[in-house]
Design a binder for this molecule. Structure first.
Ligand SMILES: CC(C)(COP(=O)(O)OP(=O)(O)OC[C@H]1O[C@@H](n2cnc3c(N)ncnc32)[C@H](O)[C@@H]1OP(=O)(O)O)[C@@H](O)C(=O)NCCC(=O)NCCS
Length: 139
């Protein structure tokens, strides 16, 4: 597994169009409001930490981790998405590594996986939380 040379960094002002493109290219767009640019904009504006993976060669965004965190106790990764043409090369793992680095060891990192990605989170050593609860959105 060899990731292409990447720039991993906070994206303080990620354009909606780039976010939308990576969601669509990853496949995660099937479960996110990719046809509602205003809502995607709200999602970006309300996130405390957005980390991007860009190809060093041309600056193309190929991965994103959008997180809600207090930087003190917990960090919820609301989306982790990697463009299909670079999946399986270490980009997703590198993005989560960067998130962990940025929030630091005092902060627990959590997320809810789509069924197809459970194997990824197991592979990179995240622990399952069997007693997590949610109220599903209705709109
Ligand atoms: C899931 C996702 C973020 C993983 O990112 P990625 O860059 O493809 O994964 P990596 O290359 O960093 O994978 C790290 C390891 O996990 C393995 N892996 C990746 N995806 C996997 C999967 N779906 N099932 C099992 N193992 C997987 C890789 O083969 C690699 O193993 P290795 O260390 O033996 O080489 C990415 O595939 C993706 O965007 N998928 C579609 C959207 C999605 O499901 N997002 C998660 C929402 S919860």
């Amino acid at each position: 597994m060899t990731a292409p040379p990447l720039v991993l960094a906070r994206e303080a002002a990620l354009p909606v169009a780039e976010f939308r493109r990576v969601l669509a290219e990853s496949g995660l767009g099937a479960t996110r409001p990719v046809d509602d640019a205003a809502r995607l904009g709200e999602m970006l504006a309300g996130a405390d930490l957005v980390v991007g993976a860009r190809l060093r060669a041309d600056g193309r965004l190929v991965g994103v981790a959008r997180c809600i965190t207090d930087h003190a106790w917990c960090c919820y990764v609301a989306e982790l998405a990697v463009s299909r043409d670079v999946q399986g090369l270490g980009v997703g793992q590198a993005l989560l590594g960067e998130v962990r680095q940025l929030v630091g060891p005092r902060v627990s990192v959590m997320l809810a996986s789509v069924p197809e990605s459970v194997g990824f989170y197991e592979r990179i050593g995240m622990q399952r939380v069997p007693d997590a609860f949610t109220w599903k959105r209705s709109g």
